[in-house]
Design a protein around this ligand. Structure first.
Ligand code: PLP
Length: 464
């Protein structure tokens, strides 16, 4: 099993497809796209060669198009950004208004775009978030949450500087964010780890079942383990969670998070939720932490907040956020980003997107559970809520007594992604090997059904 995402780079003749939503009329990859892909890999230090070889030319609503007549249904929202649909007209018009003025940049100086956005945001989110700081990337937001958590801890005691986060979490690619993230192999290059950041194991539902413990009991055990490592729990400044584990759409047991929130509140520690992927309706609620019934002290958002332009947000109470008055960032709160953010909130209201996400969970459940029941050896598990789902694709010949994460079959998942690309469906395989779905929340039912039917046929074709 390789850990690398690779697709055939030689154009392959594939059956032509022409439905209302999907169109494949060339070889895949398109022969004319090869020099473009080569130029990217020649000049850009990215891993672009590992992505499906499609040259995005237009993206509208729930589709992606190239310049050669092909069209794919997008099951990714371009990495969970286009929740209100690609090229959403409300968002586009808001950006165009600013472009036409023109107001192309303003640093952190006051603009009408900024104030209109902040006022609308304050009405849109739960009232316990009183203030916001605006940045361009998710990783800046998590760095800021780390700093605010430590400043808050230090305002109580100079020793209160421990941050507890989770194994397997992802919080971004800058230094602090990588130390927070629970992926030791990704931060290996740093050469050392912040000694006051600890990672708890993730309470996977199957582990709880095996151990016969409740979520709240497991959280208390995790605290005991920390104490055994010499951690004075009073020194915990914050617990930081990714509201679900992104790679597999794995949610916490509710009582694990409520126990954590109760302990945090009694211990004067903050609860920080990274909603960069989870926020803005993705899971059928505005924020995924709302499934747990808790009230975090700090929330980090990004991705879908603007449906397009680089925008990330830290939400908190005034008392917490004002602990650090040095929050400027050159492009944070850019007029285009604020305009896009405002348009996104308007689109969410007009299109009732959070309820739409919740409603469409049924469609996903219907199709994915059927796939799981029909092909239990390759799809033993599907998880998700709202418009966020993951299929665990495993090696059908692997020993079933092995933990599911050791059976994930990267090559087979890549094969499904490649076949999907040839069939007008844009899918992604996560770095952990799962197949993950996050289409725009406005994707019509019939399109979602068509996409999931194609997926089922692909799985059937690979293992009839
Ligand atoms: C949960 C989570 N946190 C943080 C980030 C980092 O965001 P960005 O890539 O915008 O820096 C991501 C991005 O995938 C994410 O999913």
């Amino acid at each position: 099993m390789s850990n690398k995402f690779r697709f055939a780079s030689n154009p392959i003749e594939v059956p032509k497809i022409n439905t209302k939503h999907r169109r494949i009329v060339t070889k895949i990859p398109v022969p004319q796209s090869l020099p473009i892909l080569e130029a990217i890999s020649k000049y850009e230090s990215s891993n672009v060669k590992d992505f499906p070889p499609i040259i995005w030319s237009r993206a509208k609503d729930y589709t992606i198009e190239d310049d050669w007549g092909n069209r794919w249904i997008d099951m990714t929202s371009a990495i969970f950004v286009a929740n209100a649909g690609h090229g959403n007209v409300i968002v586009q018009n808001r950006i165009r208004d600013v472009l036409d003025k023109p107001l192309m940049h303003s640093y952190c100086y006051p603009t009408l775009e900024r104030v209109k956005y902040l006022e609308k945001l304050a009405r849109f989110v739960p009232p316990y978030f009183e203030k916001f700081s605006l940045y361009s990337s998710g990783t800046e937001a998590t760095e800021r949450a780390l700093k605010l958590s430590r400043l808050h801890g230090r305002s109580i005691s100079s020793e209160k500087n421990i941050i507890v986060t989770g194994l397997g979490n992802y919080h971004g690619k800058t230094l602090g964010a990588q130390m927070l993230s629970g992926r030791p192999q990704e931060r290996d290059w740093i050469g050392f780890q912040d000694p006051n950041i600890y990672h708890l194991p993730f309470p996977f539902p199957w582990d709880l079942e095996k151990m016969s413990v409740s979520g709240s009991e497991l959280f208390l055990e995790h605290l005991k383990d920390l104490e055994q490592k010499g951690v004075n729990l009073k020194r915990i400044a914050a617990f930081m969670i990714e509201s679900f584990q992104g790679w597999g759409a794995v949610f916490y047991p509710d009582d694990y998070v409520t126990e954590m929130a109760n302990f945090a509140s009694e211990n004067k520690s903050l609860l920080v939720c990274d909603e960069i992927q989870a926020g803005f309706g993705r899971t059928g609620k505005l924020f995924a932490y709302q499934h747990y019934g808790v009230q975090p002290d700090i929330v980090c958002c990004g991705k879908a907040a603007s449906n397009s332009m680089p925008l990330s947000i830290v939400l908190a109470t005034q008392k917490i956020i004002d602990l650090d008055p040095t929050y400027t960032s050159t492009h944070g709160g850019h007029p285009f980003a604020c305009a896009a953010g405002l348009g996104t909130l308007e689109a969410f209201e007009e299109m009732d997107l959070i309820n739409e996400s919740k409603r469409k969970e049924q469609i996903f459940n219907k199709y994915l559970s059927k796939i799981q029941e029909t092909y239990p050896k390759i799809v033993p598990l599907s998880l998700g809520r709202g418009m966020l789902h993951a299929l665990f694709i495993t090696d059908p010949n692997a020993d079933p007594s092995l933990p599911i994460m050791e059976r994930l079959d990267f090559d087979l998942t890549d094969k499904i992604v490649e076949k999907a690309m040839q069939n007008g469906l844009f899918l992604i395989r996560t770095g952990c090997g799962t197949l993950k779905f996050g289409p725009p929340l406005m994707t019509p039912d019939e399109v979602l059904e068509e996409a999931l039917t194609v997926l089922e046929k692909i799985i059937k074709g690979i293992y009839p």
